[in-house]
Design a protein around this ligand. Structure first.
Ligand code: ZN
Length: 150
C-alpha cells in the first residue's frame, strides 16, 4: 500500500502545482460552482458540449491541494466523453470515494483511483468530490451551485 500512497501524493502534488485545464473556458455552454464550506474550497467548472459530447472542460477557483488536483484530473478525464459515459464516470468516482464499491467497477477510473487514498482522511473526501458534484450540476443544466454539505 505504500506504493499507492506514494503515487497518490505524487499525482496530487503534480496536479496541484500544475493544474491542467485551469481557467475560464470561452465559449462555454454550461458552468457550475462548487463550494466546500468545511475547507473553504471554491471551484467553478466550465463545460463546452458538442451535442451530447463533452468537447472541453476547465475549472478555476481556489482550493486545497486535494480539491485542486481532483478538479484537474476530472477535467482531463471527462473531455471527449459522451454524456452517458460522463455520468457513469461521475457515479463511479463518487462510489469509489464514498466507500460504496458497487458502482466503482463500472468504469475504469485509471489514475483517478489514486484519489481513493483520500479515504484515509474522511474530512478530505468532500474536497475530492467537490469538482465532481459541480460537474454533475453543469451537465444537468449549469448555472447552479453544488455545495458539499451532507
Ligand atoms: Zn479542501
Amino acid at each position: 500500500m505504500s506504493d499507492l500512497r506514494d503515487l497518490y501524493q505524487q499525482v496530487i502534488l503534480d496536479h496541484y502545482r500544475s493544474p491542467r485545464n485551469f481557467g475560464v473556458l470561452d465559449p462555454a455552454t454550461a458552468c457550475a460552482e462548487g463550494h466546500n464550506p468545511l475547507c473553504g474550497d471554491k471551484i467553478k467548472i466550465y463545460l463546452r458540449m458538442d451535442g451530447d459530447r463533452v468537447d472541453g472542460a476547465t475549472f478555476e477557483g481556489v482550493g486545497c491541494a486535494i480539491s485542486t488536483a481532483s478538479a484537474s484530473l476530472m477535467t482531463e478525464a471527462v473531455r471527449g466523453l459522451e454524456r452517458p459515459q460522463a455520468d457513469a464516470l461521475i457515479a463511479s468516482f463518487l462510489a469509489l470515494m464514498t466507500g460504496d464499491g458497487n458502482g466503482a467497477a463500472a468504469v475504469d477510473l485509471g489514475k483517478l483511483e489514486v484519489l481513493s487514498g483520500v479515504k484515509d482522511y474522511p474530512v478530505r473526501i468532500k474536497c475530492a468530490t467537490l469538482a465532481w458534484h459541480a460537474l454533475r450540476a453543469a451537465l444537468e443544466g449549469g448555472d447552479s451551485e453544488a455545495v458539499t454539505t451532507e
